[in-house]
Design a protein around this ligand. Sequence first.
Ligand code: ADP
Ligand code: MG
Length: 256
Amino acid sequence: MARIFCVANQKGGVGKTTTCVNLAAALQLAGQRTLLVDLDPQGNATMGSGIDKRALQKSVYHVLVGLATLDEARANSPSGGYDVLPANRDLAGAEVELVDLERRENRLRDAFKQFDAEYDFVLVDCPPSLSMLTLNGLCAAHGVIIPMQCEYYALEGLSDLVNTIKKVHANLNRDLKIIGLLRVMFDPRMTLQQQVSAQLESHFGDKVFDAIVPRNVRLAEAPSHGMPGVVFDRAAKGAQAYMAFANEMIERVKTL
Ligand code: ADP
Ligand code: MG
């Protein structure tokens, strides 16, 4: 059975897409059959996987509104080896169109059902909002991975996301849980970041992943080559951290 995880945080620029792409590539390298679902109309996860978002015949949009099956819309990442359900600007229209459709929050979940046996992991890259698209991700998932920077405001935004996850759990998806918080773009020289990091550990305990992703320019350079950082420069500190994170996820799913 596929384990389905949303990478979510309603703030933009916090490392969701970087986490999704690198975790997908690292899991695939570790022998886990992985599907990455791009749920952001910006299509950054699609491009960062080496797939041209402007050339898509079918995308996640078509799957959500019932114009294509997952099989018709998925592609394989030439650089990362994992499968991708890609996205582009078409997806921006889905937000409005979904409102009138049956089972509007469950469209993605329904689309996954027949492909469950083909993957060990499905990762959903959510847009930076708590929208109908994110809701589709949360309704389809077993858990949420929350990437965050160790900044003062990071904790404020977190309570909105945690409340949304609680509501979805109570009303729409009893399977949903927070798998963990992933510290990203971490700079250990900054005292504030160390303090926030320690605060997260004391408040959230083992919900904070051991792996910490440092700020690392190689991770930021990789998307312009259409490659996940873990493929672009495997030896870089950022890539190493995502490999460690993938191993931690593989261990953690055994306990779910
Ligand atoms: P989101 O999907 O949450 O909007 P992204 O993953 O696109 O965030 O990251 C925002 C920006 O930060 C991107 O330019 C990305 O390349 C860069 N970035 C992400 N993680 C790191 C990191 N660990 N080190 C350096 N740059 C990073
Ligand atoms: Mg993104």
